[in-house]
Design a protein around this ligand. Structure first.
Ligand code: SAH
Length: 467
């Protein structure tokens, strides 16, 4: 370690800032956040900085730095544009044993400012030892996504109940076990969702439960999006990393499964077409059973749980059996595939509405009111339509949609293997066979498909075939 990470208490302490530019302004904001009283000296001070200092009852003087400015200070920051002055400030501060930071000059710093994630009272500080502040910032951005915005509230609640928990459990181990459960379970989830009063009630109830385990577990019905892990929501990722048991579908991609907590129990409940690996009611009951054992159960589904995902049925079972659950939306295949193929689903000039349909065949037939789908200004998106492609195209044409209506089939959308095949209603069935299209694939019908060609960038992204 090149530096010692510490958190300084500078509340009501005088900190000297030399310089009046936007860089000095940034440092002042940082120091004021931590409760410092700022003394600022600079040859030219930005008006906005002056206003800021006045607003926070801090003093400033528009003049050159003098070593007596250090009197009574606990910390010094220099950001003048004159190298000699910066060196002088550094030397003066070192002589007085004051911590000093000269902006962008690591050799003149006895301390450096970290990149900070602020979930007051939780503070995470990241440093690259002055070697690459940009890298530290990028890392911060990553960590920001993992720490819910309401983490501070959870911390405050933990502080509030600390003594009570101490009284309830004798040993440190018992207390630690209790806190680990509570700070990652349903109580925490309620706080993250701004349901403070309910969270406190559940906290009390959990504490009253002698075993120290949450009264009941919880089920997360989470949409994992169409394939690209970058399309996960922050919430999905967080729940994926705290689940005890995971029930996942065939559609959940490998790179997404990689992001699930490593020691979670993984259960594949996926379905191949006409081969229901685990019957739906059995899945529903498994979710309930695990939750009732006090576990956090993640039901991870491709796309969005409520779009052709049977999430509704799972939710009904959970509600009927009194199991806590949350539903986390995901990017549905239609949105993901359309975006990655450069096909806007609606467009002022081409389509004013869009319809999501299932092209699932039963006994060689799709139960659909075809006559309703004739509006040329409506985009149609068929999920699960690969086997039924010929039937879909025939029916649309025979009920009145033009044979040359543009169609796109997107195979393995948003993944590295995405393929976009563009054709017409008339020619698509043949092309599906000659291109050997595989599941999962999605079919988009309508004028908007013509826009795929206008976006060259996407042509290079996907191996596109025009028919
Ligand atoms: N709940 C899911 C849909 C489940 S139905 C969602 O919201 O996306 C399964 C169908 O979704 C597949 O048959 C296919 O039509 C479509 N699908 C899912 N992921 C896809 C992908 N990456 N590329 C193309 N189609 C996809």
């Amino acid at each position: 370690m090149d530096y010692l990470p510490v958190f300084l208490n500078i509340t009501d302490q005088v900190c000297l800032v030399v310089g009046g530019s936007d860089v000095a302004y940034r440092k002042c904001r940082f120091l004021v956040k931590a409760g410092a009283r700022i003394r600022l000296v600079g040859l030219e001070i930005d008006e906005s900085l002056k206003a800021f200092l006045e607003q926070h009852s801090c003093s400033w003087q528009e003049r050159a730095y003098e070593s007596s400015d250090l009197d009574g200070c606990v910390l010094v920051v220099a950001s003048t544009c004159v190298e000699e002055v910066n060196r002088q400030i550094h030397a003066d501060a070192v002589k007085r044993n004051l911590p000093v930071n000269v902006v962008d000059q690591p050799d003149l710093c006895t301390f450096i400012f970290p990149s900070v994630i602020d979930r007051n009272p939780i503070t995470v500080a990241i440093s690259s030892g002055g070697q690459s502040p940009v890298l530290a910032r990028l890392l911060r951005a990553r960590l920001e996504t993992l720490i819910p915005a309401n983490y501070g509230k959870l911390t405050a609640m933990a502080g509030k109940f600390r003594d009570k928990v101490k009284q309830a459990y004798e040993t440190v181990n018992e207390r630690r076990y209790f806190w680990e459960k509570v700070l990652q379970g349903p109580v925490a989830e309620l706080v993250f969702n701004n349901r403070q009063a309910e969270a406190e009630q559940l906290f009390e109830a959990t504490l009253a439960n002698e075993s120290g385990k949450p009264v009941i577990g919880e089920v997360y019905l989470v949409g994992a999006g169409p394939g690209d892990p970058d399309l996960l929501t922050f919430k999905a990722l967080r729940l994926m990393q705290q689940a005890d048991v995971v029930l996942y579908d065939r559609l959940v991609s490998e790179p997404i499964l990689e992001l699930v907590r490593k020691d979670a129990t993984m259960m594949y409940v996926g379905k191949q077409k006409s081969d229901h690996a685990v019957p739906q009611d059995q899945i529903n009951q498994t979710l309930v059973d695990y939750a009732k054992q006090g576990l956090r159960v993640l039901r991870l589904k491709g796309g969005d749980p409520f779009i052709f995902g049977r999430g509704g049925e799972e939710m009904e079972t959970l509600a009927a059996q009194g199991v806590n659950f949350q539903v986390v939306p995901g990017i549905t295949a239609a949105s993901g595939c359309a975006a990655y193929a450069g096909i806007p689903l609606t467009h002022r000039d081409h389509a004013l509405s869009v319809r999501f349909l299932t092209g699932h065949m039963k006994d060689g037939y799709i139960d659909m009111n075809w006559a309703e789908l004739m509006d040329p200004g409506q985009t149609l998106v068929f999920y699960m339509g690969l086997t039924g492609t010929s039937h879909i195209c025939e029916q649309l044409i025979s009920h009145g949609r033009a044979a040359d209506t543009p169609v796109a089939v997107i195979e393995k959308g948003t993944t590295n293997e995405q393929r976009v095949i563009v054709s017409t209603l008339e020619q698509l069935p043949e092309l599906i066979v000659s291109c050997a299209v595989k599941a999962p694939s999605l079919t988009i019908v309508g004028q908007v498909v013509t826009l795929h060609k206008t976006l060259d960038w996407f042509q290079t992204q996907s191996d596109s075939t025009s028919g």
